[in-house]
Ligand binder design. Structure first.
Ligand code: M6R
Length: 362
């Protein structure tokens, strides 16, 4: 049932082009620049919205951070993203003008459900973005958008992250359309970039031997750092989580600009830095950070769509130039990197120690 793959995780990583196609299927009209998600949100409600609050845990939280960057920019709405276990619905906000979005692959995460119940109890409208048909979350919200990734067996989330980001991008375009924040041309161009994701991911998957080689070379490092800005920041955080979860190695993700405020003290020749420098990630600023870590002797892997990265990187993971969605495509390199480091170390990749696929305790 692993379809010839040694691990579910690798199978699921390779299913991503199809997963993204499924998330988009029948929902977009690329020429007209419209999205239909079968939601019960009226145009009037969407226009009156004052804030979107996203609640989620782990990888889903990082998908939420990614979505927040898009929503603020393209749907012209204030967004806050909350680790579900830290969420308090603040009474000083206007619940009738607040949409609370729960992002949860399983639809069963206790922390996320608890946050959602708090919000719903205060009168906010709720929307679930989930992979699991009929899950608890879908029974408790006003609206559900399925990410349609198909079953994910590996404890580490891979295809569901990419599918969540894809689906939340559709939600962004939908709200941009309802709120009149985006012209039809702007919407069409985002949808065009979104449609380019499956084949861009395929190109990344085809480069797996390069990733495997680097993973082998660095597997015994003391620690791994991931940096990125803007949409590259949640990708860096997610890359670090994936690596620590399945390889048991120490990894941290940082906003590139934060390095000099502390983490730089940890950087040595034995701490590879993986830097996300694609479109929408303020790549030129991140390049300064790359130079900072290189001058401390750290090897740097650049996840980049830049054709001429001035040879600053020790290794480059090339991301096809597709614009807005490049960072999430770059994330596929980080999934493969985590997978191959874990494999090199002989870890139990699909069932990492101490972790469960769905966390139903608070
Ligand atoms: O089912 P959910 O999306 O609500 O799960 C949230 C987290 O438990 C989950 O993403 C976890 O962080 C993954 N194991 C990460 O790979």
């Amino acid at each position: 049932e692993k379809g010839g793959y040694e691990h579910y995780m690798r199978k699921e990583i390779h299913e991503q082009p199809r997963a993204v196609r499924q998330a988009l299927s029948g929902r977009i009209d690329e020429l007209a620049g419209t999205v239909d998600l079968d939601l019960s949100l009226s145009e009037e409600y969407c226009r009156s919205l004052d804030e979107i609050q996203i609640v989620a845990c782990g990888t889903s939280y990082y998908a939420g951070l990614y979505a927040a960057g898009l929503l603020e920019e393209y749907a012209d709405v204030r967004v806050s993203v909350h680790i579900a276990s830290e969420y308090e619905f603040k009474g000083n906000r206007d619940p009738w003008r607040t949409l609370v979005v729960a992002v949860t692959q399983s639809g069963e995460t206790a922390d996320t459900l608890r946050a959602l119940r708090k919000a719903a109890g205060s009168g906010a409208r709720t929307l679930a973005v989930t992979n699991t048909v009929g899950s608890t979350v879908t029974r408790e919200v006003d609206d559900t958008v399925y990410i349609r990734a198909g079953p994910e067996i590996g404890v580490a989330a891979s295809k569901t992250f990419v599918s969540q980001v894809t689906t939340l991008t559709l939600v962004t375009v939908y709200l941009g359309q309802q709120r009149d924040a985006l012209s039809s041309n702007e919407r069409a161009s985002i949808l065009e970039e979104l449609s380019a994701v499956p084949s861009a991911i395929q190109q990344v998957l085809d480069a797996e031997p390069t990733v495997q080689r680097e993973a082998k070379a660095f597997a015994d490092s003391e620690s791994f750092f991931f940096i990125g800005r803007r949409l590259g920041h949640p990708v860096a955080l997610e890359g670090a989580l994936k690596l620590k979860e399945i390889s048991y190695e120490h990894a941290e993700g940082f906003a590139g600009g934060e390095l000099k405020h502390g983490p730089l003290a940890l950087v040595t020749e034995d701490t590879p830095v993986i830097a996300v420098l694609t479109d929408e990630t303020n790549a030129s600023e991140t390049l300064h950070n790359v130079k900072e870590v290189e001058s401390r002797g750290a090897p740097v892997i650049g996840v980049t769509s830049d054709d001429d990265p001035n040879a600053v990187f020790d290794t480059t993971f090339d991301v096809p130039s597709i614009g807005l969605m490049e960072p999430v495509v770059g994330n596929v390199y980080l999934q493969l990197f985590a997978y191959h480091v874990a494999k090199e170390k002989g870890r139990d990749i699909d069932k990492p120690r101490n972790l469960a696929k769905s966390v139903t305790v608070e």
